[in-house]
Design a protein around this ligand. Structure first.
Ligand code: AMP
Ligand code: FE
Ligand code: FE
Ligand code: ZN
Length: 291
């Protein structure tokens, strides 16, 4: 069983359509795939239809942009009811913040002498609800300003670079509560990753567990072997679920091929058990695992 629990489609900043993502997962030999676009569930329906046709097991999820102690934290929420109003409102605030910062990023880039317009970014965003820096990066690639997303982040869009603009993120504590109330389970994505500046320790994970955290994404390309060992030990000590995933973005992220990291079947089974329990507690109609 090959299980990949963190991937992106064009519903956010991946480059495959949701059905294309499912096809790519089948071709990569995966048995279970979670679609986890940033701050939106808009890719779920198309992915579920494709998964049913291809007999791939599909887990509906989302990667929520949160903040904790002033730092960016990505929280994977699996199988929550996306229509739960307080969760939908929180995601709406993030999506509004994503839209609102685009003109500022464009202004900054234009101030650097780059002839980029709102239309360039809109075209690159291809109708996503969750416009992100990667779409601005794609517009810069199309304009011939940079070679790829990596260069765009390194030169203009990354933290501390001239066109970096902050946006709203959900307080982590609220996001943990909302995912639980919506009948889903939470896993912290790439907690020691390059983008996440926090590096939570065992004590912090213990506190987050009390607030509803179910697991840690241990096996991720941003974590070297030593970091993985450390996080695995933390998860074992606390009884948290251990996941491993690609964080695939199609052509949008190098070295994140589907299945490059996977989740052990017994850990996946624990996650589903916890999701079932959360769903029962919430009394909400949570999405089924398809396939
Ligand atoms: P945003 O959510 O708009 O602030 O953009 C952050 C997203 O950009 C992350 O979730 C990654 O998917 C992506 N990202 C960050 N750094 C890079 C990079 N160097 N190359 C490609 N994508 C990146
Ligand atoms: Fe992304
Ligand atoms: Fe992330
Ligand atoms: Zn991701």
């Amino acid at each position: 069983m090959r299980i990949d629990l963190h991937t992106h489609s064009r519903a956010s900043d991946g480059t495959d359509t949701p059905s294309g993502l499912v096809r790519a997962a089948v071709e990569a030999g995966l048995d279970v795939l979670a679609i986890t676009d940033h701050d939106t569930a808009t890719g779920w329906a198309e992915a579920a239809d494709a998964a049913a046709a291809h007999r791939l097991e599909l887990v509906s999820g989302m990667e929520i942009s949160t903040r904790h102690l002033g730092r960016s934290v990505h929280l994977l929420g699996y199988l929550p009811d996306p229509t739960y109003a307080p969760l939908a409102e929180a995601l709406g605030r993030v999506l509004d913040g994503r839209e609102a910062r685009v003109p500022t990023m464009i202004e900054r880039l234009r101030g650097l002498g780059i002839d980029i317009t709102a239309d360039d970014v809109r075209r690159a965003a291809r109708g996503t609800a969750a416009t992100g820096r990667p779409h601005v990066a794609d517009a810069l690639v199309t304009l011939g300003v940079v070679a790829d997303r990596d260069e765009a982040f390194a030169t203009y869009l990354g933290w501390g670079k001239p066109a970096h603009v902050d946006r709203y993120a959900v307080p982590l504590v609220d996001a943990l509560r909302l995912v639980g109330e919506a009948g889903g389970v939470s896993v912290i994505a790439h907690p020691w990753g390059r983008g996440g500046l926090a590096r939570p320790d065992e004590e912090t994970f213990g506190e987050l567990q009390e607030l509803g955290l179910a697991g840690i994404e241990v096996d991720h390309q941003d974590h070297d072997a030593a970091v993985r060992d450390r996080l695995r030990a933390v998860a074992r000590n606390l009884g948290l679920v251990v996941t491993g995933s690609s964080d695939y973005h199609g052509a949008g992220k190098n070295d994140h091929e589907l299945g490059c990291n996977t989740t052990a079947p017994e850990e996946y089974a624990r996650l589903l058990d916890l999701a079932r329990a959360a769903s029962a507690r919430s009394g909400r109609a949570t999405p089924a695992v398809v396939g």
